[in-house]
Design a binder for this molecule. Structure first.
Ligand SMILES: [Zn+2]
Length: 419
């Protein structure tokens, strides 16, 4: 492909992505604001107008912030690629550290550092201005920065050795290096999955065994009914950071754990917690978890094969504003450009992922309705929507594009049909 064609294609994709994101966000803001004055009739008895308006304001503020974020990240992306940012970094770093492993690892690390520094003020604003204003923030600034430092160290501890292995394979494993890299990547993902519950998550939160005996008996009975084995029920101090509540499964095989946020336990009744958990069990029973994992692995194989091809094409580098070195050692460069450009093209398949995720949510709800009283899940959903200030009136197109969960009204409609 001629270099210019690729540049034009990339620019069109960036403009289309930014345009679509801004258009969808502005639709969402208009729709939510337009339905601010009245609680939808379906929720008239359960949600107060003040709570509905709070949810509308919260949604509008968060969406506005993402609009600024979209523009800034696109500017940084163009700056790094077409305006020569990566090219300048590559020249400076290879001049200093050479084009060996050290220089290439440094290039990747510096570009990741730049993109995280760009995200930082947005994360900070979201947490200490928006979340704070709506009463969700429980985090001190110390925890906020400590989390980032821990995350960076963890990322370096896992990421740098992985990056070295990938670069080594790219240089040494011949034309099928991407296949080997994929095997390494899948193994690495499995390893993180095994290590996460007992080694990684405790770096950020405290986990204590669930003490409430009545609730424990209730959950154990549910798991027995569904033929589900887990190695423990834990309570996590989610309230240290945020008032938002949640529950999740972690680990896999026999080492699965169930984790409840303390904020969730404080708000829901025993039967509602059971219903929420039955929904999560539904994801396992309907094999959503394993399906999602297999799809991710399949996509990453295709992506790595694509990278294997692109890294050989001069137009790929030059089309993104970089002159590859003629003496070699371009693997770090190829990785950086690929991971900068990829999300732009993948953005357009977002609705497919969202659609399949929403389908899974309906299936998990249907499962929960067979194991527990559907009305309990409805009550839990209403409470969670209210507590999280999630809007009950999202824009339908915005929902179709991004929402991993169906809107509350649709979920409740279907659940009540089971009740
Ligand atoms: Zn779910």
């Amino acid at each position: 492909m001629p270099t210019l064609y690729f540049t034009v294609l990339f620019v069109i994709a960036v403009v289309a992505m930014v345009g679509t994101k801004l258009w969808l966000a502005s639709r969402q803001i208009r729709f939510v604001a337009g339905h601010r004055e009245q609680v939808p009739s379906q929720f008239a008895g359960t949600i107060q107008l003040s709570a509905h308006q709070r949810a509308a304001d919260y949604t509008v503020e968060r969406t506005r912030l993402t609009m600024i974020e979209v523009v800034v990240s696109a500017a940084v992306l163009i700056g790094l690629t077409l305006l020569g940012g990566v090219q300048a970094l590559d020249l400076a770093i290879s001049g200093w550290l050479g084009r060996g492993y050290l220089g290439q690892i440094a290039l990747v690390a510096v570009v990741i550092a730049i993109t995280s520094v760009v995200d930082l003020p947005f994360d900070y604003y979201r947490q200490f201005v928006i979340e704070q204003r709506f009463g969700f923030n429980r985090m001190s600034k110390r925890i906020f920065f400590l989390d980032r430092i821990k995350g960076t160290l963890l990322g370096a501890a896992f990421g740098l050795p992985l990056l070295f292995v990938v670069l080594w394979l790219m240089n040494q494993a011949g034309s099928l290096w991407w296949l080997w890299t994929w095997i390494v990547w899948v193994t690495f993902q499995m390893l993180v999955l095994v290590l996460y519950p007992s080694f990684i998550a405790p770096l950020f939160n405290k986990f204590e065994p669930l003490k409430d005996e009545a609730l424990k008996n209730r959950i154990e009975a549910l798991m027995k009914r569904c033929g589900f084995a887990a190695k423990g029920l834990f309570v996590m101090d989610g309230s240290r950071r945020s008032a938002h509540g949640n529950a999740y499964f972690t680990g896999f095989g026999a080492a699965k754990r169930i984790v409840f946020f303390d904020t969730l336990l404080a708000r829901l009744s025993g039967s509602e917690i059971e219903a929420v958990l039955a929904h999560e069990l539904g994801h396992f029973k309907r094999r959503h978890v394993i399906k999602r994992m297999l799809v991710t692995f399949a996509i990453s194989l295709v992506m790595l094969a694509l990278l294997g091809w692109l890294s050989q094409c001069v137009w790929f580098y030059e089309g993104l504003g970089v002159r590859p070195s003629l003496i070699g050692g371009n693997s770090g460069l190829a990785l950086v450009l690929f991971f900068l450009a990829l999300p732009v093209f993948l953005f357009f398949v977002t609705p497919l992922g969202s659609l399949s995720s929403r389908k899974h949510e309906f299936e998990a709800d249907a499962f929960a309705a067979t194991q527990t009283d559907a009305q309990d899940l409805v009550n839990a959903l209403v409470k969670l929507y209210e507590d999280n200030a999630s809007t009950l009136t999202p824009d339908p197109l915005y929902t179709a594009f991004y929402y991993s969960h169906p809107p509350a009204s649709q979920r409740i409609d279907r659940l009540l049909r089971h009740a």
